[in-house]
Design a protein around this ligand. Structure first.
Ligand SMILES: N[C@@H](CCC(=O)N[C@@H](CS)C(=O)NCC(=O)O)C(=O)O
Length: 374
């Protein structure tokens, strides 16, 4: 292998965008390859156990899936220019915004891809078709994409995107664009001049869907040019450059975004954690299904029903564990921020069961909470 790492994915894939932006910032010796049907069959499914992207392959023949695991795997090997802030409150904010980008902004991302399909049909379908057959003609790719994209477009109602919730989802997304535009008019990245794991959480939905599909891209460029500029910066970063703000400062411009995480996303995640616990109580030693039925959710002014995503606990745990490790002045500073944005009770929730990933499957299993400092 001429490079140290290969990233299998695609340009229109939300999570590939997260890993790609990170790899560019870290300035590693890597290349991206399209996850074609052959790659899924011969590389991804045999090594990961499921048809999912992105996947990282190393020169030594190791395979890593899940963008968070990919980033952590690479951070351990290439610590220079880490994307995890050392300062404790900034690290907490970065972890929470990763959770928000990965698990919550997928709602507006999927809405603006699939609910306005009539205005961007050929683009979307050809992107999917290209994966199945990169050598087919544009027309053939559109026809192919119409078939292969069904698994994704079929997720839309399960994500809670319906005629009733769409107005609220759109209004809340526009409010987010305004908040982020104000933030990025002052700062290059979320926490200063260096991207953090929080930026990588947000870039997934804000690039592949909301910053690239024709309809939401035009919306972003017109309404939030500083967000569009941040997307461009994330995709074309100055490798390993930049600093986080001094004195563990959290910019005021992020407070409304954090308040949304606490108000809208936390209840959803806490319920998923409760349902995971109940499932593990009833099925000790089992693999938790990725989706545990449906529950009520709130997105801005919209309320509806969406799937319970068991995986959300895994990402939440990272922030929770970091917060729980803080003591003294650090804990007081984190508490002051959490109190301010409405997240104090959620970060103090008791986790009855720790969950972990297991190689070869996407379903989580019960794990041991790592010792502090491990
Ligand atoms: N948590 C995973 C999510 C990856 C993911 O959802 N990838 C999408 C494409 S962007 C996919 O292949 N989904 C298929 C599936 O979830 O079964 C990660 O961070 O890598």
């Amino acid at each position: 292998m001429a490079v140290d790492y290969i990233l299998y994915g695609s340009e229109h894939s939300l999570f590939t965008g997260k890993a790609r932006a990170y790899l560019r910032y870290k300035h590693l010796n890597w290349e991206e390859r399209l996850a074609t049907r052959e790659v899924y069959l011969n590389t991804i499914v045999p090594n990961i156990g499921a048809p999912i992207i992105p996947v990282l392959e190393t020169a030594a023949g190791e395979y890593v899936q899940d963008t968070t695991d990919i980033i952590d795997f690479l951070e351990a090997r290439h610590p220079q220019g880490t994307v995890y802030p050392e300062q404790p409150v900034q690290r907490l904010v970065a972890l929470l915004l990763e959770l928000y980008g990965d698990e919550w902004l997928v709602i507006p991302a999927m809405h603006y891809r699939w609910s306005v399909l009539d205005q961007q049909h050929d683009f979307i379908m050809s992107e999917f078709g290209k994966l199945s057959d990169p050598t087919a003609s544009y027309e053939e790719q559109i026809a192919l994409g119409a078939k292969t994209s069904r698994a994704f477009s079929g997720m839309v109602p399960a994500l809670g995107i319906t005629a009733e919730t769409i107005p609220g989802i759109e209004a809340a997304y526009l409010a987010l664009l305004d908040q982020l535009d104000s933030h990025f008019s002052r700062f290059d990245f979320l926490l200063g001049s260096r991207p953090s794991i929080g930026d990588y959480g947000l870039i997934g939905p804000l690039y592949a869907h909301l910053g690239r599909d024709p309809v939401p891209k035009a919306l972003m460029e017109a309404r939030a040019p500083h967000v569009a500029a941040w997307v461009a910066r994330m995709n074309n970063p100055q490798p390993l450059a930049g600093e986080y703000l001094a004195d563990d400062v959290i910019p005021e411009t992020l407070l409304p975004v954090l308040a949304t995480v606490c108000r809208d996303q936390f209840p959803d995640v806490l319920d998923a954690i409760e349902q995971n616990s109940q499932w593990l109580d009833a099925n000790p030693g089992g693999s938790i299904p990725r989706f545990l039925g449906m529950h009520r959710f709130t997105f801005g002014a919209a309320t509806g029903e969406r799937i319970v995503s068991s995986y959300a606990q895994w990402l939440f745990q990272r922030a929770w564990r970091h917060y729980q490790s803080l003591a003294g002045a650090d804990r007081a500073a984190a508490d002051a921020l959490l109190e301010n944005v409405g997240g104090l009770a959620a970060m103090n929730v008791e986790l009855r069961h720790w969950v972990q990933r297991r190689p070869g499957q996407l379903e989580l299993v019960q794990g041991q909470m790592p010792r502090q400092g491990a």
